[in-house]
Ligand binder design. Structure first.
Ligand code: SAM
Length: 253
């Protein structure tokens, strides 16, 4: 049985897709997708030997060596162009995820990939921006809690193939933020909080940003103890950021 987090990702993968899970670790997700018949085949990509061996063991134990391939490599380098319909990447920071997607795109590895299901641990904004800038349209966002941690799952389709014909301009509609907020700020918050999560007033969204606010508050308290002059500047920046979060939180209540 998959964890709630991995199950949420698995449920978003289109049935029948040839999947590639990048940074797969134990290959739980690709094994599940093929074992349940949701996907005909899958690739588990791993950069590191330990997780790669764990992936190979998992695949062998499931008796799926013919349908699930474990490959060693950096990001999307494990893929041949046109080999996968859906790419999943989970459990890493948004900045690494955006870097993997960009390097892969430049190497032509995303050709033929119509669906991306992504679960960044932090830095979701960077992933949304990458998707937006490269012709992928968000189709949905999910915010879930597991073992006291909050996770976001993003599903995007390549604009050219998007069956719902929803455009990025429609997805990033600023109407879901207070009318008196300036346009640039609205845009920034849509990328940070997630246009679907905002629109749906996702139940856990205020909690997520309260936690974020709490983190900044703790850092600020540490800075207050510091005698370094540069700490004052950082403190001021943090205060501004905290006020911005408070402003957005107040519109979510
Ligand atoms: N995707 C699994 C999940 O969500 O449960 C595993 C997440 S694990 C925290 C991150 C994995 O990504 C590690 O196994 C790590 O070795 C792998 N990884 C990190 N950077 C990578 C890269 N550039 N290319 C492929 N795999 C990478």
């Amino acid at each position: 049985k998959l964890s709630k987090r991995l199950q949420t990702i698995a449920d978003r993968v289109t049935a029948g897709a040839r999947a590639a899970d990048i940074g797969s670790d134990h290959a739980l997700l690709p094994v599940y997708l093929v074992q349940t018949g949701k996907c005909p085949s899958a690739i588990a990509g791993e950069l590191n030997d330990g997780p790669l061996q764990a992936a190979k063991r998992q695949i062998a134990e499931a008796g799926l060596a013919k349908a699930v391939a474990a490959r060693k490599g950096n990001g999307l380098a494990v893929l041949e162009p046109g080999e996968a319909d859906t790419v999943t990447i989970a459990g890493m920071g948004g900045s690494l995820m955006a870097e993997i997607l960009e390097t892969g795109r430049l190497a032509g590895k995303l050709e033929g990939v119509r669906e991306l299901v992504l679960q960044p641990n932090v830095g979701e904004e960077l992933v949304r921006r990458w998707l937006f800038e490269h012709g992928y349209v968000l189709q949905g966002e999910w915010l879930l809690e597991e073992d006291g941690k909050l996770y976001e799952v993003l599903r995007a389709l390549r604009e050219a193939d998007s069956p719902t014909d929803v455009t990025n301009a429609e997805v990033y509609d600023p109407a879901f933020l207070p009318a008196d907020m300036d346009a640039e700020r609205k845009r920034c918050w849509l990328f940070r909080m997630g246009p679907y999560l905002l629109r749906q007033r996702a139940e856990l969204l205020p909690e997520k940003w309260r936690q974020e606010h709490g983190k900044l508050k703790r850092i600020r308290a540490q800075l207050e103890q510091s005698e370094l002059a540069e700490s004052r500047g950082k403190e001021a920046q943090l205060r501004e950021e905290m006020e911005a979060i408070e402003e957005v939180l107040s519109c979510l209540q």
